[in-house]
Design a protein around this ligand. Sequence first.
Ligand code: HMG
Ligand code: MG
Length: 298
Amino acid sequence: MTNEVRIVEVSPRDGLQNEKTLLPPDIKIALIDRLSATGLRTIETTSFVSARWVPQLADAAEVFRSIRKVPGVTYPVLVPNEQGYRIARQAGANEVSVFTAASEAFNRANINASIAESLERFQPVLEEAKAEGVKVRGYVSTALGCPYQGEVPIADVVSVARRLYDMGCYEVSVADTIGVGTPAKARAVLHAVSQEIPMHALAVHFHDTYGQALANILACLEEGVRVVDSAVSGTGGCPYAKGASGNVASEDVVYMLHGMGMQTGINLDMLVATGAWLSGQLNKPTASRVTKARTTTA
Ligand code: HMG
Ligand code: MG
């Protein structure tokens, strides 16, 4: 099994979509450009969703057009439907992410659609993307618990993940939207999904509400996953998932991985500097323990 882990940095999208402080486009562009210099290979940059639903990312096209596109780095963007896909393409995006959930009530709150309706909306997106050579990533939210329904049956996670993969998503990210999962459960869900989708096409996405994210990631690494979503400074959360807090901090994930002898290609010092800079821009303390340790003891 490979020692290399790919981090999917989601701070410019998941990180900023739930922040009270609205950052101007030039700060978002500076964030993405700084992240591009750290050695990250995948940076989810923004969302082409309704500005009424997520005002924080209303400047998606401007931001996407203005970032420096570093060769070797991919810059996926979130799209909920064909309309978002088309606007993203006009802005120059050549990788997109579609998102649905394993629980109906959350999906309704988040994108005003049932799971089946959301998958129907993705069909034309995936068809156009295939014709245009655009890669599509898929998210399954509420894989470890739902803010409305509570427990989510593993079979429901598996079936939604399978549909996304069968529709043509090259990678499916299994997401603990509200950060309630614990390691044995995270591992069991990943294991079940990996019976239907090859492990190399799976990613994990943990929010850290209950402080379980690093433990969950470790369990999933042991199960074989090698793609991990995270956000510098532990920013983020879904505005339509009540009680959800930030993503696991990228700095903490990278510190753990390097400590385990795994490779990410990321310069941790630059990542810490970027996380500290972002927490300054947001005017709130970093949620990264590594950044806290390195910036307060220096
Ligand atoms: P709706 O109101 O049901 O949609 O929203 P509609 O089709 O009736 O359209 C309403 C208006 O939105 C129309 O404009 C459309 O043109 C416009 P109006 O005529 O009123 O002026 N519209 C759009 N505008 C820009 N871009 C678009 C778009 N589509 C329609 N793509 C909709 C449905 C999906 C649009 C809405 O619910 C939405 O935008 N939701 C996004 C919610 C969101 O971004 N949530 C956070 C991301 S998911 C997440 O964080 C989870 C994840 O991190 C994994 C995890 O942790 O679980 C990925
Ligand atoms: Mg998320």
